[in-house]
Design a protein around this ligand. Structure first.
Ligand SMILES: [Zn+2]
Length: 209
């Protein structure tokens, strides 16, 4: 499925989302990256190592990673984004962030369980990918299998990856995962992060259908 939006519209959306993830503290400094699939099945992605992003800074790449005209270099994690677009034809937008609570779970090696009722159908369980050195070929390999069946992944000792049918969908996912991680952390501090029973989960899944 390709985007119905033109490149100009998608570039503006990417800039808006990049500003939001910074404002919300999901990334610090020049971290994180945002991309969208275009109508001609290429990708638009935020540039490497830049804090404030304007539409002129957005880099266009084909799905082989060839740069199609922009003075900036693409985000160092562009290989991870390309891997997702190749694996998931339904995905139109991708956001990579380092939200503190979700990243803490990724560091502790604890997958996020859907202990909040709404989290069951929002994202389900959020697994942790094997460790990969950021910005290398190891990263696309580490997400390749798990991304087929998940909309959100914790990247070990690194951060969070979310995908969506558009960028807003991916942003909603990012926020929900960080909220779940925050609540999970607090419940663990209270000494009782009670899992939802299989019966309750089944009932919620029926509701979703
Ligand atoms: Zn990162």
């Amino acid at each position: 499925m390709l985007s119905m939006k033109d490149d100009g519209t998608l570039k503006k959306e990417i800039c808006t989302i990049a500003a939001i993830i910074y404002e919300k503290g999901f990334v610090v400094a020049t971290d994180g990256n945002v991309s969208a699939r275009t109508a001609d099945n290429c990708i638009l992605i935020t540039p490497s190592g830049q804090r404030a992003v304007t539409v002129e800074d957005i880099v266009k790449l084909d799905l082989d990673g060839t740069i199609l005209g922009c003075k900036q270099n693409p985000s160092s994690e562009y290989r991870m984004h390309i891997e997702v677009y190749r694996r998931r034809t339904d995905v139109q937008g991708i956001i990579h962030t380092h939200p503190p609570y979700a990243t803490a779970f990724a560091v502790a090696g604890i997958p996020l369980e859907p202990i909040i009722a709404e989290a069951v159908f929002a994202n389900g369980k959020i697994p942790i990918t094997p460790y990969a050195t950021p910005s290398t070929e190891e990263v696309p390999k580490s997400i390749s299998e798990l991304i087929k069946n998940h909309g959100a992944l914790l990247l070990a000792h690194h951060g969070l990856l979310t995908v969506g049918k558009d960028l807003l969908d991916a942003l909603n996912r990012t926020e929900r995962v960080e909220f779940l991680a925050h609540v999970s952390f607090l419940a663990k501090m209270l000494g009782n992060a009670v899992p939802l029973s299989p019966e309750r989960i089944e009932k919620l899944m029926k509701l979703q259908k």
